[in-house]
Write a protein that binds this ligand. Structure first.
Ligand code: MRU
Length: 348
């Protein structure tokens, strides 16, 4: 059972995903700045996992605050949340978790709690965010598993597994695990996911741990494989879903969705409601992270591209809602028109 982020008395523990699959090393992060660096540097990655890590980071910052004045703690928390919010721009779970921690603080303050009490309340709520995330993935696995046919092959992009969430299930890989738990025979095709290789390094590693059959392909093979009839469903996660159902996810997802439509293959997105941003009307409004060009020009310190070459490194793209067959959440399966079905999920 993989749980990539943990709260301990010593600090926030993170499985260093930069080193997988070659090394399983846990880092103990003892300050909120270390947690923020861990998110920025991809020690932990994947939208729901980033949200959980940010909540723990805020709780850790509060725990380390020295003083007894609640207004001073509030000032410190504003600063901590600001630092945390500047780590990665696309995954909305980060901002969702920060806002929730802020609301928890405000409620405790309005109830006249002391600094010591507020620290405990914030730690408790960060743990609740973590537990709720795992429970959401369990439900996603159950609902999504029902959409997967017996004896089928699922293609996935990036890593939307336990490593990318609070743990245990994952979103896209949760759907696969759900189907397997329902007694279905399912295998996975994992896109390697250039340039950071979350598919080759993380999805492959995770599925091997669970004995779920997985075949790794390069990103440019998916069209060929779909054309041969070897894929029965595509399931991906998401970093932010707009109110109209446009889906931001790892760069290359849009390409896979277009190919899936061309070949009549259902394209499912699995994500908790903490990934749905009702304040973003469409995908146009979703900020797309651009990362260091070295991720493209180099592989593990070996230079592949000529010095000085101009490079674009967009980390995410947006798949328009008309290519999305369904969005699987912890509240059930949303279908088009998403503007209505997603709104309804928040009302239930
Ligand atoms: O850059 P990353 O590795 O954080 O990107 C992760 C993804 O794009 C995942 O597919 C997404 O966060 C969903 S994770 C359940």
């Amino acid at each position: 059972m993989i749980i990539p982020v943990k709260w301990t008395d010593e600090g926030v523990n993170m499985l260093d995903q930069r080193l997988l699959p070659n090394e399983e090393k846990w880092l103990i992060l003892k300050s909120f700045t270390e947690v923020a660096d861990g998110i920025r540097d991809m020690v932990v990655r994947g939208a729901p996992a980033i949200g959980v890590a940010a909540a723990y980071g805020v709780a850790l910052g509060a725990k380390n605050f020295v003083g007894t004045n609640v207004d001073d703690l509030e000032e410190e928390l504003d600063y901590i949340c600001d630092v945390m919010g500047k780590t990665r721009p696309t995954a909305v779970n980060l901002f969702w978790a920060i806002e929730r921690m802020k609301r928890t603080f405000q409620k405790a303050k309005s109830e006249g709690k002391s600094v010591l009490e507020i620290k405990q309340i914030l730690i408790k709520d960060a743990k609740n965010i973590h537990d709720e995330d795992i429970e959401s993935q369990r439900l996603i696995a159950q609902f999504g598993g029902e959409l997967i046919e017996n004896d089928s092959t699922v293609l996935t992009h990036c890593n939307a597994g336990a490593l990318a969430t609070g743990g245990v299930w994952g979103t896209a890989l949760g759907v696969v695990r759900g189907a397997v738990n329902q007694g279905k025979k399912v295998s996975v095709i994992a896109d390697e996911t250039r340039p950071y290789l979350q598919g080759a390094r993380l999805t492959a590693w995770e599925l091997l741990q669970d004995d779920i059959p997985v075949t790794l392909i390069t990103d440019n093979m998916s069209g060929h494989i779909m054309k041969q009839g070897k894929v029965q469903a595509v399931v991906v996660g998401s970093d932010r879903i707009a109110a109209n159902g446009d889906v931001a996810n790892k760069i290359g997802t849009y390409m896979v969705a277009v190919l899936a439509q061309k070949h009549g293959i259902p394209f499912y997105v699995a994500a908790p409601l903490s990934t749905v941003d009702m304040n973003c009307a469409t995908g146009e409004e979703i900020p797309i992270e651009e990362r260091n060009i070295r991720e493209i020009t180099h592989v593990q310190n070996i230079q592949l591209a000529p010095e000085g070459i101009s490079v674009s490194n967009y980390a995410f793209d947006v798949t328009p809602n008309e290519l999305v067959t369904a969005i699987i959440t912890e509240k059930g399966v949303a279908r088009a028109p998403y503007i209505e079905s997603l709104k309804k999920m928040f009302e239930e």
